[in-house]
Write a protein that binds this ligand. Sequence first.
Ligand SMILES: [Zn+2]
Length: 305
Amino acid sequence: MRNTDTSGSSTEPSTRRSVLKRLGGLLAAPFGIGASAYGLDRSYQDADGDGIPDSLERSREFNGWLHSVFGEQFSGLDPTRRDLLVDVRYVGEWSVSDPTRERIVELFRTNGIHLQWLEHPQRVDRETFEREYGYNAKRILWSPRSFYRQAIEPRLKNVAFQLIVVPGFADGPHERRLYSPATAAHNSDSTGYVNGVNTGNRAVVASRYSHEIEAKLILHEIAHYALCHSRDPANTGVMGTNKEIDLMDDEWATLRGGLGAIRDTTGVDVLLRRCLWDELQPAQFRLPPGLAAHVGCSGCQAEDA
Ligand SMILES: [Zn+2]
């Protein structure tokens, strides 16, 4: 794993919203994003701060729809509780193991976030997926014709974190890995082959045989919605030295306060993820220089050993 964080992480929702409002038009131009998206935030009521508007959490129709998609896995929304819906998409036959799922759910709930692990009933055919998207993070997560853009129901994009679990490359030097062109282009000591990639409100991970490695990798990629890598040697969690399947107390606090990051906002969250700014070198998009937070995530290489 790369340990290049310099400042921990403190992406506060209020700051994020103010940046969105200030820079709306500017960001919209190079990426073709509708500048009206952030205007919606002005009427946004979210008492529990989980990024899901109160109106939706109270909506019987919306709760009913989630039940219809996920069945008994979905335990309802509550406007007084911090929920994190993780919408899990499987490609091929692989499933995340029960111990991993239970561990992740328990960890989040113990730390004040009511995570609901929602496995989407529709598996994605492996052959079709490989033909359409390959194991290329850009084609899976953020290109205009990506799996995320084409396959995820719009109603889920704003309320749930999408976790896409893929087999990864078959036998060979990059077995069970993915390719991330952003990592390859902007990190000179990386080949771009990684175990997982997060772009704010969505992530893709390659499947793992070991329950412990699987749990660490998945916790790592979910946590990236609000956290970057840590190079503090005292950080034994999955964003630091990766010794324990856990996060530091301050990191849990950042996650609790950063649930707004799971909102899709038509792609803006991807652009504002602090780790990504560093990888993409904002200067190449001619954006204001002050935006480049020197956080330094450069692809998730959570090791298998
Ligand atoms: Zn990472």
